[in-house]
Design a protein around this ligand. Structure first.
Ligand SMILES: [Zn+2]
Length: 280
C-alpha cells in the first residue's frame, strides 16, 4: 500500500477512536474563510480557526520551553494518537488542531532542535511519496510551537499554498527533477541567508515543498521577524497573528473572530512587510 493510502487509513481509524481528532476535524469543517485578491492574480485566504489559539499564542522563550513537557516526545503524546513510521526515524501523526485537510505532524523520534539544514532531503523524500500534499517547515522563530523538537508538517494541497514569489513577500523558488540538485541549491541559499543573519542558530525561514509533474519544488520564505507589531498591540490595534509557512504562502490564520472580521488589504501588506526578509 502506498503512503497516501496508509495515511487515509490512519485518519479513518484515528477518527473512530480518538475524540479530540474527531472534534478538531469537525471544527475545521465549520471554519469561516474569506479571500482577499490583488490585481496581479494572487490572493490570500484568511481562515478563522479559534482552535489554533494554543499554537498562535505559544510562548517559545527558552524558559517556557524547558518548563513544559514536550508534546512531540512519545512519552507525552496522547495515548490514543497512533502513527506511521517513515525512514525509521520519523512518525507521521494526525494533527488534532488542523488548518488543512489531512493535516499531519511529522516529528523525528529524537528530541533534537528544530533545524532544517541537513533535513531538506527528508522533506523532499516525504513530498515524493505524498504527491497530493504540501510539506511545510516552520523555523524555530518562524511559527514552530515546538522549537526544541524537530518536526515537519503536511496537508492536502490547495492553490493558495503553491503561490511563489509576489509583491507581498519574498519567496525563493527552487525547482528541479533531481532531488540532490534541490538539496545543493538549498545549501547555497542557506549559506547566503546565514551570511545575512550570522547570529541566528539558523537563518529565519519557512519552507513549503511539494511535487508537481515529477519535479521537486521548494518555496523558501526568508524572514526577518517572528511576529508583527500588531501581535503585541492592545485593544483594537491588536491582530493576534503569528505567521508560519502557511501564512507566508498565502493562507493567514486568525484565531479571534474580531481579527478575522477586521483584517484587510492594508493589514496584510503591512504584516508581510514586517516579517518577510527582502532578498534581491
Ligand atoms: Zn520532544
Amino acid at each position: 500500500m502506498n503512503l497516501q493510502a496508509e495515511i487515509d487509513n490512519l485518519f479513518s481509524s484515528q477518527m473512530k477512536k480518538w475524540e479530540q481528532l474527531r472534534n478538531g476535524i469537525k471544527q475545521l469543517d465549520d471554519t469561516e474563510e474569506k479571500v482577499i485578491t490583488w490585481g496581479d492574480g494572487f490572493n490570500v485566504k484568511i481562515q478563522f480557526n479559534p482552535a489554533r489559539m494554543v499554537s498562535t499564542s505559544a510562548k517559545i522563550d527558552k524558559e517556557s520551553i524547558e518548563n513544559r513537557p514536550c508534546f512531540l516526545c512519545e512519552a507525552n503524546r496522547p495515548a490514543l494518537q497512533k502513527g506511521i513510521l517513515f525512514m525509521e526515524k520519523y512518525i507521521i501523526l494526525c494533527n488534532p488542531f488542523p488548518i488543512l485537510r489531512n493535516h499531519l505532524t511529522i516529528p523525528l523520534h529524537s528530541h533534537v532542535p528544530q533545524l532544517i539544514r541537513n533535513k531538506v532531503g527528508d522533506m523532499l523524500s516525504l513530498a515524493e511519496q505524498l504527491p497530493d500534499y504540501v510539506l511545510f517547515y516552520n523555523g524555530p522563530k518562524c511559527g514552530a510551537s515546538a522549537p526544541d523538537h524537530f518536526h515537519l508538517q503536511a496537508g492536502l494541497k490547495s492553490p493558495q499554498l503553491l503561490q511563489g514569489d509576489n509583491v507581498l513577500r519574498s519567496c525563493l523558488m527552487i525547482e528541479s527533477g533531481n532531488k540532490s540538485e534541490v538539496e545543493e541549491l538549498f545549501e547555497d541559499v542557506y549559506q547566503y541567508l546565514h551570511h545575512r543573519q550570522p547570529k541566528e542558530d539558523e537563518p529565519m525561514m519557512n519552507i513549503i515543498a511539494y511535487i508537481e509533474q515529477n519535479r521537486y519544488k521548494l518555496n523558501l520564505f526568508p524572514r526577518k521577524a517572528h511576529r508583527p507589531r500588531q501581535y503585541y498591540e492592545n485593544g483594537s490595534k491588536q491582530l493576534l497573528i503569528s505567521p508560519g509557512a502557511l501564512d507566508m504562502a498565502g493562507m493567514i490564520i486568525c484565531v479571534r473572530e474580531e481579527d478575522f472580521k477586521k483584517i484587510g488589504t492594508h493589514d496584510i501588506e503591512d504584516i508581510y512587510s514586517q516579517v518577510s526578509l527582502p532578498v534581491i
